[in-house]
Ligand binder design. Structure first.
Ligand SMILES: [Zn+2]
Length: 130
């Protein structure tokens, strides 16, 4: 067991980017195995190999920098879906519109007629029908 402990000491381990690579690899293995082209499945092992390589890497600062960059790119994606879902759920109760000055997405309860709106972002005041 000692050799294993020594081997793992100082290794980077898992992070969100590794989870994404693992997920991508598994999806690709499953997806590409249906194509019937045997060598194409090898493509799926690329993200899995990168995932393993990152896990056992000793350059932890470099790896966490990569993870931070990945998270910066990834974060807007679930945010977009969460926002779209909330909008679909609330579309009967709320009317959604944008601030004409800064473009910030705003909402107001439906059926109130003409209302005066003050933008939370820039303070611009305008009249809209809801
Ligand atoms: Zn605004």
């Amino acid at each position: 067991m000692q050799w294993l402990q020594r081997f793992l000491a100082g290794r980077y381990g898992g992070d969100q980017l590794n989870n994404a690579l693992l997920f991508l690899g598994v999806v690709l293995v499953l997806g590409l195995s249906f194509t019937g082209i045997p060598w194409l499945v090898l493509v799926a092992y690329v993200p899995l190999a990168v995932c393993l390589w990152r896990m056992f890497s000793r350059k932890t600062a470099r790896r966490s920098y990569e993870n931070a960059k990945f998270l910066k790119l990834w974060r807007p994606i679930p945010q977009f879906f969460r926002r779209t879902w909330a909008r679909l759920k609330g579309s009967r109760q709320y009317k959604y519109f944008k601030c004409p000055q800064c473009g910030k997405a705003l909402r107001a309860p439906r059926g109130k007629g003409k209302i005066a709106v003050t933008c939370r972002e820039c303070g611009h005041q305008f009249i809209t029908k809801v």
